[in-house]
Design a protein around this ligand. Structure first.
Ligand code: CAA
Length: 256
């Protein structure tokens, strides 16, 4: 079964993340599939807007911890897993709606925040728990959370690794709106149809203009974050934090 299911509804491309056995954890197969689907729709004149969604239980519970656990700093730097697909997703010019139910954690929260509109089900839970694995966010979390919610709240979320519910995520500027879970796809499709009815050149220009509002300082911060994220794979605590996750036990960090 494919890690990303794709379908269209008129001018709307819908990509559904589909790794239920791992709560849609992001691995290369999933992110390659997602980036390829979005790129194909970006190039397809019949498609005017896209939706990315997950399951009722999880949008995505982060980057795949089991896959990245053994990686070294030099492997992370050379392979740039997750980051290389995220860079492709950030180049998509048509609008993308994230329709989020359940867990959106770590890379899952970062992916949702990197898209254009974020409609959350009232069951959604957001967080940047990387710190509990001995690492830090690597797909924009340390940059987009302070932009959305300010420094103190971003520090609170990222340094404690706690989760926010959908209401707090909306109040924090992460979610653009919250809807009852059973209405999530209806509301996302309604928003998508409204956008699809507008002039596509104006829509694409407007997406670019809104992104310009913070893109230059964001780009510098993202480059810094990517290097620091890779560098943490040189530490004992990254190996310990990720082994502890797989072993379902508490990590014993050594600060090295
Ligand atoms: N990577 C790999 N596997 C994952 C995963 C992840 N991020 N999240 C969940 N899974 C797997 C679990 O290991 C489990 O597999 P098994 O059945 O084989 O044990 C399965 O999905 C179901 O998960 P749980 O049994 O843990 O489900 P739960 O309902 O008890 O808990 C959860 C849900 C709180 C989301 C918990 O799964 C969890 O804490 N997941 C990890 C969240 C996390 O730390 N994300 C950050 C990853 S690092 C990152 O994203 C780096 C970056 O910035 C790029």
């Amino acid at each position: 079964m494919s890690a990303v299911l794709v379908k269209t509804d008129g001018p709307i491309g819908i990509a559904t993340l589909n790794r239920p056995e791992a709560l849609n954890a992001l691995n290369n197969e999933l992110l390659d599939g997602l980036a390829a689907a979005l790129e194909a729709w970006d190039a397809d004149p019949a498609i005017r807007v896209m939706i990315v969604t997950g399951s009722d239980k999880a949008f995505a519970a982060g980057a795949d911890i089991k896959e990245m656990a053994p990686k070294s700093f030099s492997q992370m730097q050379a392979e740039n897993p997750f980051g290389r697909q995220m860079d492709r997703i950030l180049r998509i010019r048509k609008p993308i709606i994230a329709a989020v139910a359940g867990f959106a954690l770590g890379g899952g929260c970062e992916l949702a925040m990197a898209l254009d509109i974020l409609i959350a089900a009232d069951t959604a839970k957001f967080g940047q728990p990387e710190i509990t694995l001995g690492i830090m966010p690597g797909l924009g979390g340390s940059q987009r959370t302070p932009l959305a919610m300010g420094k103190a709240k971003a520090m609170d979320l990222c340094l404690t690794g706690r989760m926010m519910d959908a209401a707090e995520a909306e109040a924090s500027g992460v979610a653009s709106r919250v809807v009852p879970a059973e209405m999530l796809m209806d509301e996302a499709l309604k928003a998508a149809r409204k956008i699809a009815a507008q002039s596509l050149p104006a829509v694409m220009m407007l997406k670019e203009a809104i992104n310009r509002a913070y893109e230059r300082p964001l780009a510098q911060g993202l480059a810094y974050e990517r290097r620091a994220f890779h560098a943490l794979f040189a530490t004992h605590d990254q190996k310990e934090g990720m082994a502890a996750f797989s072993g379902k036990r508490k990590p014993a960090f050594r600060d090295e």
